[in-house]
Write a protein that binds this ligand. Structure first.
Ligand code: ADP
Ligand code: MG
Length: 309
């Protein structure tokens, strides 16, 4: 497959009026939208973030979705992406075709234009996506206060369990879908920002426990989590004992949910919405605790989440 073939596969109809010039020139041109620009990049490396045996269209979907999750956590609307592909010489053409099918499906679903990129030969299969978005009110992870309620979206443990089942040759399609095709929580982020005049937020890509640690550290606060209120992916009980389930839920990672701290009155407005769960609160005491019916867990001093270095 030649570079020109890859570039041909990368092309698709323009979705956003902000993109004035896309693939085909030295660089893309965008009309800057109102508000602040919010910008992120994520790299997926074969054997670290995905395996060749996984469906390539899912790798394409996920490579955009992980960036979308970062923009969701910043309360930004995605605009356009750049895609850098490092492709090994032996890679079948069908892999690249399937990859772009999944990538473009995610672009269409979340209204993002692929504005350009780069294609190189490399021994290692790598995908790097940079995503530009904008927001009239970007939300960072700072500014939380003691007493703020901690809210999460969705449920936890599904992505790690899906990967584990797949690696053991077990058929758990619902769980595998959680691992392969994350659904970034852009709509949920908009709702959180709507109800809360003060909001701190991050995504949970590195695991719920790690995200709690990061939120506490960023705000120099502790947390008290009611472990029994953490929403668990329902099918987990079919595949593992409670110890393994707890590990997947707290430290599995790749669930791409949101963790937000906001005033209790604001969170109360989401009480009837099944997409959100209150799991605890931030405390002025520096301890980071998760209290289960049968166990009390301290998050401090432990290395949670996957860390490359
Ligand atoms: P240059 O020589 O200026 O780096 P390239 O030949 O690498 O340009 O790319 C030609 C056009 O194709 C550019 O518009 C570039 O953005 C686009 N392009 C190249 N590779 C990709 C890719 N993997 N995905 C999307 N667009 C790409
Ligand atoms: Mg180039």
């Amino acid at each position: 497959m030649h570079e020109a073939d890859v570039i041909r596969l990368a092309q698709s109809a323009r979705l956003r009026p902000e993109l004035l010039l896309g693939i085909g020139d030295d660089a893309a041109i965008l009309q800057p939208p109102a508000g602040k620009l919010v910008w992120t990049v994520d790299t997926l490396v074969e054997n670290t973030h995905f395996l060749r045996a996984m469906p390539a269209d899912a790798v394409g979907w996920k490579s955009l979705a992980v960036n979308l999750s970062d923009l969701a956590a910043m309360h930004a609307e995605p605009l356009a992406a750049l895609l850098s592909l490092s492709l090994p010489p032996n890679l079948p053409e069908s892999w690249t075709q399937d990859f772009f099918r999944g990538f473009h499906a995610a672009c269409a679903h979340y209204r993002v234009d692929l504005a350009g990129g780069d294609t190189v030969r490399s021994q290692e299969l790598q995908i790097s996506v940079s995503l530009l978005g904008s927001s009239d009110r970007p939300i960072d992870r700072f500014g939380a206060r003691a007493g703020d309620v901690l809210v999460v979206t969705g449920c936890f443990g599904g992505a790690a369990a899906g990967l584990a089942c797949w690696q053991r040759g077990l058929q758990a399609p619902g769980l595998l879908e959680r691992h392969l095709r994350p659904r970034p929580r852009l709509a949920e982020a908009r709702l959180l920002a709507q109800v809360a005049s003060r909001l701190a937020m991050l995504d949970t890509s590195d695991g719920l426990a790690r995200s709690l640690q990061l939120l506490c550290q960023a705000n120099r606060l502790g947390c008290e989590i009611d472990g029994e209120r953490i929403p668990i992916q329902p099918e987990l009980a079919d595949w593992a004992d409670s110890h393994q389930q707890r590990q997947w839920v707290l430290d599995g990672g790749e669930d791409y949910e949101l963790l937000a701290a906001l005033p209790a009155e604001a969170a109360a407005q989401l009480a009837d919405d099944p997409r959100f769960s209150v799991i605890g609160r931030l405390t002025s005491a520096p301890c980071q605790q998760i209290i289960f019916a049968d166990q009390q867990l301290s998050l401090e001093g432990q290395n949670w989440g996957f860390q490359h270095f």
